[in-house]
Design a protein around this ligand. Structure first.
Ligand SMILES: [Zn+2]
Length: 217
C-alpha cells in the first residue's frame, strides 16, 4: 500500500510481478515505483477502480515509465477516461460529479465483472461512477473497494455526503446505485477492506453493517 495524503494506491503482489491498483493524484508515480522497487518485482499491471482524477492522476507518468504494462479499467469508465461524458439511455440520468480529466494512456484491455487481474477478481460496484469496479483478492479475501466505501475516521458508504470525510461522496454519480453496490460488496464477506481513502480495515463486517444501517436510516 502506498499513501499519498488522502488517497491510496496499492501494490498487489503476485509470484512474479505486481499489480498497481489506482495511481493516486499526479506526481505519485515516483513513490509507487519506489514501493515496487522495495518489493523487488516489476509492475506488470495497472488496474483502475474508476476514472476520477485522484485515482488516475499519475496514470500517464507511471505508464510512460513501464513499457508493456497492462492498463485495465472497466469498459464503462474507459469512456470517461477518454473524456466521453455521455450517459447511456438505460442509466440513471444524473449529472456526473467529480473531476474526470481523462488520460493520454489507453487501456490495453477493458474489464467486465468476473474478469481476473492476476489473483484479483473484478467485481461490479457502480454508483460512485457509472463503471466503478472493486477488486477482490481470492487468496485472502481482501476487498479493494475503490470509493464504494471510505474509512476516513470510520467506515462509510459514499452515497451521501457525511462527516468526517465528505470528499468522495461529493463526487458520487448515483447514490441509489452506489448503496446497492455497497450492499453487494458486503455480501462478499471481505476479510479486509482496502479503500481509496482511509486506512485498511481488518475484519470489516461489523463496521460495514453499521455503515449500511446508517445509510439506510
Ligand atoms: Zn472517486
Amino acid at each position: 500500500m502506498a499513501r499519498f495524503g488522502l488517497v491510496n494506491a496499492y501494490l498487489v503482489e503476485e509470484d512474479e510481478d505486481l499489480t498497481v491498483i489506482d495511481t493516486g493524484v499526479s506526481r505519485s508515480e515516483k513513490a509507487i515505483l519506489a514501493a515496487a522497487a522495495r518489493l523487488g518485482k516489476p509492475i506488470a499491471r495497472i488496474a483502475l477502480t474508476h476514472a476520477h482524477v485522484d485515482h488516475i492522476g499519475s496514470l500517464d507518468d507511471l505508464a510512460a515509465g513501464l513499457p508493456g504494462v497492462e492498463v485495465l479499467i472497466s469498459a464503462r469508465d474507459a469512456r470517461l477516461l477518454h473524456k466521453d461524458m455521455s450517459l447511456d439511455p438505460g442509466e440513471p440520468q444524473r449529472k456526473l460529479r467529480g473531476s474526470y480529466p481523462g488520460a493520454r494512456t489507453r487501456p490495453t484491455r477493458t474489464l467486465a465483472p468476473g474478469d481476473t487481474v492476476g489473483s484479483l477478481e473484478v467485481v461490479a460496484a457502480p454508483g460512485h461512477t457509472p463503471g466503478h469496479v472493486a477488486f477482490f483478492d481470492r487468496r485472502d479475501a481482501t476487498l479493494f473497494c475503490g470509493d464504494a466505501y471510505t474509512t476516513m475516521g470510520r467506515v462509510a458508504t459514499t452515497d451521501k455526503v457525511r462527516l468526517p470525510f465528505p470528499l468522495a461522496s461529493m463526487a458520487t454519480w448515483d447514490p441509489a446505485t452506489e448503496l446497492a453496490s455497497a450492499r453487494a460488496l458486503r455480501a462478499l464477506e471481505p476479510a479486509a477492506l482496502a479503500p481509496g481513502h482511509g486506512r485498511v480495515v481488518e475484519s470489516p463486517a461489523a463496521a460495514m453493517d453499521a455503515a449500511l444501517a446508517k445509510a439506510s436510516a
